[in-house]
Ligand binder design. Structure first.
Ligand SMILES: [Zn+2]
Length: 210
């Protein structure tokens, strides 16, 4: 089962990916993780990616595709995989078509207002990394180590709005591109409620593939 996950930051996409990965025994492949892993390697590709990332430029499509191609050819992807963060552009989607046949694209949908609400109430302990909701932690101190909690720049409303705009601009062409195999799911409920229709859909698909 080859799956692409699309969803805005804060939509609950990561949680959904974990549930699918656990139940269907296929790896979750996030391009962010791939980049972080590859720069630690001692290879030509690692050097190339390192240089690009240091310069602050975006990693070009052909390099990203090369990295994804290598990853999905590993034995743990025999049964399939979940791609998260790739493709981001139509050019990448077209390149991916040449590497692998994607079965389904899951689009996690949530209103921007709810996303902004969820993310902007997030507080982080700068010492131990524990994550809190500002409503559950009125004294603004970490329950584990008593450090004052902070709000990450990424979680400030103006930053979130910008990230959502970028997401929308990048994703709408992809939604059209994959319209023949798109499953839309709303994540306004609990993670389990979001997962339920996805699970039954994938179980059916798994039967058909086998
Ligand atoms: Zn702490």
């Amino acid at each position: 089962m080859k799956i692409i996950l699309l969803g805005a930051p804060g939509s609950g996409k990561g949680t959904l990916a974990k549930k699918i990965s656990n139940d269907f025994k296929i790896p979750q492949i996030s391009t962010g993780d791939l980049f972080r892993a590859i720069v630690k390697e001692d290879s030509l590709l690692a050097k190339k990616v390192n240089q690009i990332m240091k310069s602050g430029a975006l990693v070009p499509d052909e390099v990203t595709c090369e990295i994804v191609k290598e990853r999905i050819s590993k034995p743990d992807c025999n049964k399939g995989f979940i791609l998260d963060g790739f493709p981001r552009t139509i050019a990448q989607a077209k390149a991916l078509e040449k590497i692998s046949q994607i079965d389904t694209v899951i689009l996690v949908e949530l209103d921007n207002d709810i996303i902004i609400d969820r993310l902007s109430s997030r507080r982080v302990c700068p010492s131990c990394g524990e994550i809190y909701n500002s409503q559950d932690n009125l004294n603004n101190l970490c329950k584990k180590c008593s450090s004052p909690l902070i709000q990450r720049d990424d979680d400030k409303p103006e930053t979130i709005k910008y990230r959502l705009e970028v997401y929308g601009t990048n994703t709408s062409p992809l939604i059209n591109f994959y319209s023949d195999r798109l499953l839309k799911v709303c994540s306004a409920g609990s993670p389990d409620e979001t997962y339920k229709p996805v699970k039954s859909f994938l179980e059916k698909m798994e039967e058909e593939i086998e």
